[in-house]
Design a protein around this ligand. Structure first.
Ligand SMILES: Cc1ncc(COP(=O)(O)O)c(C=O)c1O
Length: 447
């Protein structure tokens, strides 16, 4: 399948239109580049070429840049602002907590317990929880817990599944076949205890478990597939994994950092009907403030801070963390879950993502573009049809970045990650129509 390309002339035209629309963003970017690494300050703006828009204000499903341009937010900080920007109950809870405790405590207060109770209510697989500050920390910690509990060293993950940028799982993440592409700062032998398998092949998982008998601590996966369903898992694969891990006495870790609360209140495990041994949470769970958490079986989670010198397999696992269970994140998380319990947000985000996917496919068909979209609950995936190997990765990326840039040119424009939208629960029909108009404009650039 050929990858659409813009002529140099057309490329310069698009860039010129963007520069004309965003002169203040350009200037702010130039200043930031003098002191901030090329990746940019937030984690994801590297995807916005030739430079990112700088935001002036955010409200609900809309963003406004420093040049006064309006955008529909299909990114929602990776779905973290699932109730839209400046959700009143969340803002109120943050201000109330700030007025009570100040900006941080690092001492016990009741909010962490209340937040954990909420999590336990919706995730019956979780009996005990350790709260950290990011998804990256959560997945790293889950592996440490699994290793400490089982006294085994190996972890199995799946190609392309992303679990943050820690030194335990970031191998072959983001794109299947990427190997060490994104992890040059980590010595190769660091990955000796990580086994990366192709997804959807349960036979290979079983062979690997047999060949590494009593060496594998856990199997970890994004439960809906890489990029929250961008590359889908075949039906039944997760259930087969549950059966195999039980058979071989290996822990099953669901990385629900991205999927928690955005698929169902009880995450992917609720819709799949599977009980993992450990679950990683993050992103939305803190109502928009930094959060990560690992929860799961009581016996497994009990290794965290276990100080019993007579314990058979493990010494104490002692993940500290100055900002763990930050009261503002706890308060925001509780307010977020409270609000989610009351409203139709999840159903709305799922319907909105499906509506966008259908609309994008209609436009692509009309314009004869080989682009296809699908939704996985509240996640919207779109990209070139066909499969591409790593040798074409940069070409695919270039196409993807151009679509991202062209989406910004709409009026209003639309903000999305490469190939991924995280659709909030507050999108209106009008927002969807306007977003589709931005897609139509973006695709037309290739005509
Ligand atoms: C499935 C999954 N796990 C872990 C992470 C890492 O989370 P964080 O960015 O909070 O470190 C991400 C982030 O994109 C993710 O999508």
């Amino acid at each position: 399948m050929s990858i659409p390309k813009l002529s140099n002339e057309k490329y310069l035209e698009v860039v010129a239109a963007y520069e004309k629309k965003t002169p203040r963003s350009r200037k702010l970017n130039e200043e930031s580049r003098k002191c901030i690494v090329p990746m940019g300050a937030p984690g994801y703006t590297i995807w916005h070429r030739p430079y990112p828009i700088f935001i002036d204000k955010a409200q609900g499903s809309h963003l406004y840049d420093v040049d006064g341009n309006e955008y529909i937010d299909l990114f929602n900080d990776q779905g973290i602002s699932y109730l839209g920007h400046k959700s009143p109950p969340i803002s109120k809870a943050i201000v109330k907590t700030l007025n009570r405790y100040g900006s941080h405590l690092a001492l016990c207060e009741e909010l962490a317990t209340k937040w954990a109770e909420k999590i336990k209510k919706h995730y019956p697989s979780i009996k005990l929880i350790k709260i950290v500050n990011s998804g990256t920390e959560a997945t790293e910690l889950a592996c440490q817990i699994a290793r400490a509990f089982t006294a085994r060293t190996k972890i199995i993950k799946f190609a392309g599944h992303h679990h943050g940028w820690n030194g335990v799982l970031s191998y072959d993440a983001l794109a299947a076949g990427s190997g060490t592409f994104f992890t040059k700062g980590i010595p190769e032998n660091h990955w000796d205890n990580l086994v990366t398998l192709p997804p959807n092949n349960i036979g290979i998982v079983e062979i690997t478990l047999q060949e590494n008998k009593n060496q594998v601590a856990a199997v970890v996966l994004e439960p809906l597939g890489a990029a929250s369903g961008g590359t889908r898992l075949i039906e039944g694969f997760q259930k087969q994994l549950r059966e195999l891990t039980t058979k071989y006495n290996v822990l099953l870790i669901f990385d629900e950092v991205a999927t928690c609360f955005k698929v169902a209140l009880g995450g992917a495990q609720q819709v799949l009907g599977i009980t993992p041994d450990l679950t990683c949470l993050g992103k939305t769970a803190g109502g928009g403030l930094p959060i990560g958490a690992v929860g799961g079986r009581e016996d497994v989670m009990s290794v965290v801070g276990a100080l019993d010198p007579r314990a058979e397999h493990f010494g104490p696992l002692f993940p500290m963390g100055s900002f763990c269970a930050h009261p503002l994140a706890m308060a925001a998380g509780i307010a977020f879950i409270d609000e989610l319990e009351k409203g139709d947000y999840i159903a709305n985000s799922i319907a909105s993502a499906a509506g966008l996917a259908g609309g994008i496919n209609d436009i692509a068909a009309r314009l004869k573009m080989n682009i296809q979209a699908h939704s996985t609950y509240s996640f919207l995936h779109f990209g070139l049809t066909g499969t591409f190997d790593m040798s074409q990765a940069l070409e695919v990326l270039e196409f993807d970045l151009m679509i991202r840039l062209a989406l910004l040119l709409g009026n209003p424009g639309a903000v999305a990650l490469p190939g991924l939208g995280c659709i909030s629960g507050i999108m209106t029909k009008k927002d969807i129509q306007k977003s589709l108009a931005a897609f139509e404009k973006a695709f037309s650039i290739y005509k």
